[in-house]
Write a protein that binds this ligand. Structure first.
Ligand code: AMP
Ligand code: GLY
Length: 442
């Protein structure tokens, strides 16, 4: 039985038949999704392509890169995959969903056209402006000289962003003109993000706390997940360069239900309607990053996928079978599904390689995960790990240490206790995940 209280029929028509699932990606998000799917009563074979040192323990890792769209589709056909779940933005931007659908393969995620909402910040900003969706006032530039001129006229603080995909590192909030000049030079002259920097957004600096919104969309209905808060800069106190995300809490205790309803009405729905009107209907997970300003919530960016490391916290809270959720999205049946969440809080503290988000060493031995997971409620999700003779680092963000608790403080205490059990040379992490909410009395 599924959560609708009705027997599940998959495309082969069998009652309660199992589903073979392929997850595309190799990060902490994908490990968390695999962890949750592995608990489904209907899971058949579970594959992750290419996966990491953690997914190999609960699924079969397949050596196909997330960008090898044809290779992934061939694998799915050959291995009778019933459902494919896309993790990373680059697969979506390359049209993995279009390719799979054209071959009759079921897949969770937006088409290439709809995923433009993330892959092109210029597209997203224009869509927001045209549809009255609150965002920072902006200008778009293709020439370095014009961008530099504008920055000098406007003054600081200001934010400079590469329009395309840049592993979460392409946005530069600048407090001084020197910083802004350096950002423009890196993106437009040194081509740090290659073609992703062909267009550059220069926008007003917004003050306020950040909140991550995730909406599941089946083409007709959208359902919001609980709020989450990521911590993007590398150092405590939101100092240093932006990263892919150094830790999350969920839900964000100070975001009221009515604020969430407002975000649904003023951001999520109009965005989905605007995309549909442009002939780019969105299915999958729409994830707007917001700043909660004095003038209300404003959109920083849209993502067309689950957040990383938001998903690591979400999967710890989700009660409903994830396979039921994904099936409902793909089959346009989200309106019939009551998604249930565990009460309390989940947190994720990311352990990163020394030097990240700049250069860092790889293949450093990791120890202590077993000990960490003996702590009540702790689950460690792998991101940049690989297995050779033993578990070793293989990326910038290495592990996501998650814990749950009745209160935010309880979850944080357990996660940080586990963080100190895990050892690898150069390990760095933020010590202030969730600290703003705690300081505000939650
Ligand atoms: P983005 O990739 O657009 O989400 O930007 C990455 C990060 O840069 C965000 O999570 C914010 O921390 C910061 N940021 C982006 N745009 C702005 C803005 N207009 N004002 C202040 N901070 C920003
Ligand atoms: N949490 C940041 C991201 O997924 O882009």
């Amino acid at each position: 039985m599924n959560r609708l209280g009705k027997p599940h029929f998959n495309k082969k028509g069998g009652k309660n038949m199992v589903s073979n699932v392929l997850i595309i990606g190799s990060g902490g998000r994908e490990h968390a999704l695999a962890w949750k799917l592995a608990q489904s009563s209907r899971i058949g074979k579970l594959y992750v392509a290419p996966g990491n040192g953690g997914t190999r323990d609960i699924a079969k890792n397949i050596a196909i890169e997330a960008t090898d769209i044809k290779g992934l589709a061939r694998f799915a056909k050959k291995n009778s995959i019933d459902l494919t779940l896309v993790g990373p933005d680059n697969s979506l931007a390359l049209g993995v969903v279009d390719t799979f659908q054209s071959r009759g393969l079921r897949i969770f995620g937006p088409t290439r056209a709809a995923a433009q909402i993330e892959a092109s910040k210029a597209f997203a900003k224009r869509l927001m402006k045209d549809n009255g969706i609150a965002t920072a006032p902006f200008r778009i530039f293709r020439k370095h000289e014009s961008a530099l001129d504008y920055v000098h006229k406007h003054g600081v603080p200001i934010v400079v962003k590469a329009s395309g995909l840049a592993l979460g590192k392409g946005a530069y909030p600048c407090k001084t003109l020197v910083e802004a000049e350096k950002a423009l030079a890196e993106i437009m002259l040194e081509h740090a993000y290659k073609q992703a920097g062909n267009e550059v957004i220069v926008e007003e600096f917004l003050n306020g706390q950040e909140v991550s919104i995730h909406a599941l969309c089946d083409g007709k209905t959208s359902i919001l997940l609980p709020t989450a808060q990521d911590h993007k800069p590398i150092f405590d106190g939101d100092k240093g360069k932006n990263t892919g995300g150094m830790g999350t809490i969920a839900p964000v205790p100070w975001v009221a239900d009515y604020t969430l309803r407002e975000v649904n009405e003023q951001v999520v729905r109009p965005t989905l309607q605007a995309l549909a009107k442009k002939g780019k209907p969105f299915t999958g997970c729409l994830y707007p990053g917001l700043k909660m300003t004095n003038e209300g919530p404003k959109v920083l960016e849209f993502n067309a996928r689950f957040g990383d490391p938001e998903t690591q916290s979400y999967m710890r809270l989700l009660k409903t079978d994830l396979l039921d959720v994904l099936d409902a999205c793909i089959d346009g049946k989200l309106a019939d599904l009551a998604i249930e969440w565990n009460s309390g809080f989940a947190v994720c503290v990311v352990l990163a390689s020394g030097g990240y988000p700049g250069k860092y060493k790889k293949e450093i031995p990791i120890s202590g995960i077993g000990e960490a997971e003996k702590i009540p409620s702790v689950v460690v999700f792998h991101a940049g790990t690989m297995y050779s003779d033993q578990l070793r680092t293989s990326g910038g963000r290495v592990l996501g240490v998650t814990a749950t608790g009745g209160t935010l403080q309880e979850a944080l205490d357990l996660a940080y206790k586990a963080v100190y059990c895990i050892k690898f040379k150069g390990k760095q992490f933020r010590k202030d995940i969730g600290a703003k909410a705690i300081a505000a009395g939650f």
